[in-house]
Design a protein around this ligand. Structure first.
Ligand code: NAD
Length: 473
């Protein structure tokens, strides 16, 4: 048991805040494993003071040198074995998934370290007699707010471009992943000049409110649910603070009749059950062509039955628990509601032991007008329907306001690609379960968000430009 872990880290110095004392409960057992002494509004205000004081020195540091520092953070993340264990214990994801998350976080630092080399001022000759100097610099202090499900890689894909751009950062991690995110912050701080990364765990509205009141915070970079994102974006709009919003998803997964059905079932197992189903780009609504429905469902049911739920730290485990008791309860209620309304249900194994385990589940033929069909599932439950005309899944996807991810399985990659261009989503895969990688832009449309992470677009919100026109010498 870790007691009174400091939930505030300013200038690399941890201290116990006077905010709510958060209990960290391990989802595999349902038992507490620590307490975090979180911060308050005044801590959040001080975090901005510290970040603002560190900003000038970092802004003046040549961008390639900033890149070198980022590369050393990547190196430390790759070697942080203990952190992978903490992530698995705290979030419930399997140990190997936690290691993969750390590797991905390191890749984000490397990618933005490389992009730092591209940050240069420009001189343009676009009007007779005039010279335009375009100066590119950091936007200022950036506020980063993150969810629990990827407590290292999501902070990394915000903090790495922020630092590459020359920003200083104030960071509020999720209360459901404090041990992981605080340990990640400590690793970053160990390689950064003091004051560039300041972490304040605590009550979301209180911390965010303090940051939106401070004009030195120029950008609020949020990942989380659509409902919370909408609230924060509203407040940020009032303050005229820029936002990036990476929000919830409801990805369609379409199996065409020419698909290799083993490959399609394997792809779905990854995109649906990876991270115990808690991924914003997880397959949410599965559509299989009527001609291959029976064969596909047989393959899928066999794979679901073969999952090995259990302790995330046990190498044999392929599915961990969900994060909280409430999340488990919500999923069980959803399954019961769909089953009572006529859907058939296939359930895989569930460990006897305590903890917040939900048996992996297929719900077949749920009604498309049920509220559960429209929900973001965010757990190890797959909703599957069949179709005869592609217009049906396309219309269903268009009817949602979400637009994050989509998947197609087919033997004809060109046709699959063309089909995906007809879906209003930001990231998609043809026979590919995990399309996101640091080098490409990642962002949702509609209720799934505003702006991008990853790729070159992921750097742009952290930059500001000043254009100075002068007579040409
Ligand atoms: P959440 O919205 O509950 O919490 C996200 C963050 O916001 C946390 O740090 C939380 O403490 C904070 N917060 C909560 N209420 C707040 C408020 N009123 N004011 C200010 N801050 C507040 O999300 P979650 O449960 O941690 O994560 C799951 C959600 O995140 C899912 O909807 C998932 O799809 C989404 N998500 C999206 C992406 C993406 O890239 N689009 C990635 C991961 C997760």
């Amino acid at each position: 048991m870790h007691d009174d872990i400091p939930g505030v880290r300013l200038s690399g110095r941890p201290h116990a805040g006077a905010g709510p004392r958060f209990e960290v409960v391990e989802p595999a057992t349902g038992r507490p494993i620590g307490h975090v002494a979180t911060g308050t509004g005044p801590d959040a205000a001080r975090a901005v003071d510290v970040a603002a004081a560190a900003l000038d020195g970092w802004r003046a540091t040549p961008a390639p040198r900033r890149g070198e520092v980022l590369r050393t953070i990547a190196g430390r993340l790759r070697a942080a074995d203990g952190l992978a264990e903490t992530v698995a214990r705290e979030t419930g994801k399997c140990r190997r998934e936690a290691s993969a998350e750390l590797a991905l976080a390191a890749d984000y630092f490397d990618w933005y370290a490389a992009l730092a080399h591209t940050l240069t001022d420009q001189v343009l000759s676009v009007r007779p007699g005039l010279r335009h100097l375009v100066r590119t610099g950091p936007v200022g202090v950036a506020a980063v707010l993150t969810p629990w499900n990827f407590p290292v890689s999501i902070p990394a894909r915000k903090i790495a471009p922020a630092l590459a751009a020359g920003c200083a950062v104030v960071f509020k991690p999720s209360e459901l992943s404090l041990l992981s995110s605080l340990a990640f912050a400590e690793i970053c701080e160990s390689r950064l000049p003091q004051g560039l990364l300041n972490t304040v765990a605590g009550d979301g509205p209180e911390i965010t409110g303090a940051w939106l009141e401070d004009r030195r915070v120029r950008l609020l970079h949020f990942t989380g649910s659509t409902a919370v994102g909408r609230n924060i974006a509203q407040a940020a709009g009032q303050a005229l603070t820029s936002v990036v919003m990476e929000l919830g998803g409801r990805a369609p997964f379409i199996v065409l009749p020419d698909a290799d059905l083993d490959e399609a079932a394997d792809t779905l197992m990854v995109t649906k059950f990876r991270n115990n189903g808690a991924s914003c780009i997880a397959a949410n609504n599965v559509w299989v062509h009527e001609d291959v429905r029976v064969e596909f469902l047989d393959r899928l049911a066999a794979r679901v039955s073969a999952l090995v739920p259990g302790d995330p730290l046990d190498e044999r485990t392929t599915l961990g628990p969900v994060r909280t008791r409430e999340m488990a309860g919500r999923l069980e209620t959803l399954i019961t509601a769909l089953s009572s309304a006529g859907a058939s249900v296939h359930r895989g194994p569930r460990p006897e032991a305590g903890g917040w385990y939900v048996a992996p589940t297929l719900v077949v033929d749920p009604a498309t007008d049920s509220p559960e069909w429209r929900e973001e599932i965010f757990g190890p439950v797959a909703l599957v329907r069949s179709y005869t005309d592609l217009k049906e899944p396309i219309a269903d996807a268009a009817a949602t306001r979400h637009g994050l991810a989509g998947y197609v399985c087919t033997g004809d990659v060109a046709a699959g690609t063309e089909l995906l261009t007809r879906l209003d989503v930001g990231i998609a895969g043809v026979n590919v379960a995990t399309p996101a990688t640091p080098e490409i832009p990642f962002g949702g449309r509609g209720d799934s968000g505003i702006g991008y992470e990853g790729g070159v677009p992921g750097l742009l919100p952290f930059l500001t430009h000043q254009s100075i026109a002068a007579p040409r010498p």
